[in-house]
Ligand binder design. Structure first.
Ligand code: SAM
Length: 339
């Protein structure tokens, strides 16, 4: 009886979309600015950076997160742009970590400025961090990111592991750029308890280069891994996982492949995104469906915001293909959306 009640109460309290999927995960991009210039993400000269007033303020983001937590959002990932280039980020994360209902706070970072903040991240209860690292070769790192920051990123990796924070390494796989890094990145899982996830490249490059057809889809990435690690085994994918997960026997860490362009995981999508300008995206591939910042600034009450959010979730695309069909061409950078 008790279990039945708890189960029903949880389900009643859950936020769902028009396809019956539970939505409990917010990815919040706190800035569009970045201290790297990864060619697959933005042009060398950067973007037309948003002015301060165009960005959501920390107060606005905290209020939004409180409202969402009251609706069933339990997990928040802070992303960008690069979160650590925004001044005051640590104080914001600390406040966010205290919001009732947010059970998991995590972040995605390029690791350039992150190492000194790791002890504080640990203190406020951050248990897992996604670190972007496309290569283990300093020269290729420079060629991809156009910045000489490899050593700082490796310091961040060391600091995270030293503080027992779970690390997921995100590596975008790009034809002719870093496919020779696939095997060395898998090798990293031998001695380190990290999860290395290979991501299909997506067209969100701020038009810095043309995106034609995907050369390295998840199957080709898997074949490349199997060539070097024939004993690799499929392991169970956690609920809502966007990655297909694998393990090389004897290794400490795991390997994942994210079919971000093929979009094979939309059926279990549990996430929403908010861009640095406060635009809600119910799918990475949609055009933005509700400006939450505008609603907050025009004085909408919490209940009114909740209603707007429910309406938006009532119109969520079935999958990323449908969302893409409903929009104009993709010109933006991933930094403007929050990867
Ligand atoms: N600056 C942080 C970082 O680098 O982790 C957070 C923002 S970044 C936009 C988030 C993730 O998006 C990174 O792992 C990055 O590699 C990925 N990303 C950016 N552009 C991409 C693209 N065109 N295709 C696939 N992944 C991309």
């Amino acid at each position: 009886m008790g279990y039945f009640f708890i189960l029903n109460f949880t389900m009643l309290n859950a936020l769902t979309d028009n396809h019956g999927r539970i939505v409990n995960y917010l990815r919040l991009a706190v800035t569009d600015r970045c201290n790297l210039r990864c060619f697959y993400c933005m042009p060398e000269h950067g973007l037309n950076w948003l002015s301060r007033s165009e960005l959501m303020s920390y107060e606005e983001m905290l209020r939004m997160c409180r409202v969402m937590a009251g609706m069933g959002i339990e997990k928040v990932r802070i992303t960008g742009g690069e979160p650590f280039v925004r001044r005051g980020i640590m104080q914001f994360l600390t406040s966010l970590s205290k919001i009732k209902g947010i059970n998991e706070l995590t972040l995605t970072t390029n690791g350039v400025l992150t190492a000194p903040f790791v002890p504080q991240l640990k203190d406020i209860g951050i248990k897992s961090v996604n670190l972007s690292l496309d290569t283990l070769d300093a020269n290729r790192f420079f060629a991809i990111t156009r910045r000489d920051e490899f050593t700082n990123v490796m310091h961040t990796l060391e600091a995270l592991l030293k503080h027992n924070i779970n690390v997921k390494i995100n590596a975008v796989v790009m034809d002719g750029r870093n496919t020779q890094d696939i095997a060395p990145l898998v090798e990293l899982t031998k001695d380190l308890p990290v999860s290395v996830r290979f991501i299909e490249e997506m067209p969100f490059n701020g038009d810095s280069h043309q995106f034609n057809t995907l050369q390295w889809d998840y199957l080709r990435i898997l074949e490349e891994i199997q060539l070097h690690y024939p004993s690799i085994q499929k392991i169970a994918d956690p609920a809502y996982s966007t990655s297909y997960n694998y393990h090389v026997p004897g290794h400490q860490g795991n390997v994942g492949i994210i079919a971000a362009y093929s979009r094979t995981f939309c059926g279990s999508c549990n996430r929403i995104r908010v861009t640095p300008q406060g635009m809600l995206r119910t799918c990475l591939y949609d055009d933005g469906v509700l400006n939450i910042k505008d609603a907050l600034r025009k004085g909408d009450s919490d209940d009114e915001i909740k209603m707007l959010l429910r309406d938006a979730l009532g119109n969520k695309a079935k999958d990323g293909r449908q969302a893409e069909l409903q929009r104009h061409d993709i010109h933006e950078s991933m930094a403007e959306i929050g990867g």
